[in-house]
Write a protein that binds this ligand. Sequence first.
Ligand SMILES: NC(=O)c1ccc[n+]([C@@H]2O[C@H](COP(=O)([O-])OP(=O)(O)OC[C@H]3O[C@@H](n4cnc5c(N)ncnc54)[C@H](O)[C@@H]3O)[C@@H](O)[C@H]2O)c1
Length: 421
Amino acid sequence: MADRLGVGLVGSGFMANFHVRSWTSVRHGDIMGIANPDVQSAEAMAKTVRQLKVGEPQVYADVREMVMDPKIDALWICTPNYTRVEIMEQIAEVIKDGKGTLKGIAVEKPLARTVGEAKRMLEIVEELGILHGYLENQVFAPSVVRGKHIIWARGAKVTGRPYLARCAEEHGGPHEPWFWSGKQQGGGVLNDMMCHSVEAARFLLSDPEQPKDALRPVSVNAEIATLKWSRPEYIELLKEMTHGKIDYGKTPAEDFARANINFQDEKGNLLVAEVTTSWSFVGPGLRLSFELMGPEYYMQSNSLEPDLNVFLSRNVKGEEGEDLVEKQFAEQGLMPVLPNEELVYGYIDEDKYMVDCFLEGKMPKETLHDGLLVVQMLMSAYKSSEEGKKLAFDTDSLDDFVPKVAQGTYTAQDPVKSAHK
Ligand SMILES: NC(=O)c1ccc[n+]([C@@H]2O[C@H](COP(=O)([O-])OP(=O)(O)OC[C@H]3O[C@@H](n4cnc5c(N)ncnc54)[C@H](O)[C@@H]3O)[C@@H](O)[C@H]2O)c1
């Protein structure tokens, strides 16, 4: 077995930089390449990689050249959702032509914009016969992992399995225009952030001693709405923030989504995942919350309740920044601070784990199969919301489904008018 994994990052934006900072805790891998047609951005990230001493990356304008480099053993795909399938096909082209080899490919969330695209992603890695990992950081977040362990080892063991998971992810809106575009991103906040919450809930509810597929989604009941960003003043603000690229007066996406996903376990027990997400939450910054409940116990975690708070008086007038917490909204008053976001959000343990799996030739526990199931749950949630009713989880009906938000035909609905009588 080789003792180090040479990793190539595809993309050099917000998420790739999070992986770079996490890499200071990754012991068996180095960042040896960065691919991005925007070479300047890749060069800037390469500089950070060298400063942090987490690799000696070469920059490539084309991902195909990076795959041909024998120093690269695995890829982390961290590009916008609308580039996924094309990039995967370019990677496959090189490997099929015998011009490069890879041990594994890890792909950021969500796996794709539609079930059709997600299936294509999975088909490609399976044809190549290489290892694959789905980068859902929240199932590696220490509070989630530790909380689940204690609940199952103590509470569930003595009094029975948990039955309700509540997970939420909320902030004030994404950092790049493409996230706000239903077509480019695949939807609004449901697609962008509920992918985390459904997988975290499934993870918490899953019996660690059973195979993963022992827990099956059976029905989905969801609702979406545009609560904040369809207001006239926020339509204008969003236009300004995105340099005129996004107009929610014409093609809005949802900034609020909630879903109840019912699961059944191997014994037929009913379990509920209650998930909610929004881009309309204005608080100190990004808030992740997790709860797991059973007959005689519960656990809870809220990322905005860290062990560090700072207070800055009204006389402290500083620049806007994200130095206290991701998607920070204020620089004054009593503020929660996450001293190590890479750890709290799960990126460090995720990266360490994926590197070790690929080095050991082992299929990770979080794969593109999980990524596909997540996309199926999300599409089912969009469908439920469009039809205004609870739906049986029927994967056959989802292959060609494209949410109205992604088609550009969604209108920010008045919940009273659209309610079924
Ligand atoms: N796990 C998480 O918590 C989390 C958080 C944020 C984003 N993400 C996901 O990561 C992905 C990237 O998001 P982001 O926030 O970094 O977006 P971003 O827009 O900040 O960065 C995207 C990067 O990809 C590059 N890029 C675009 N097209 C490319 C191509 N064809 N080849 C190579 N590079 C290309 C861009 O130049 C940019 O550097 C998205 O799928 C997003 O959903 C995950």
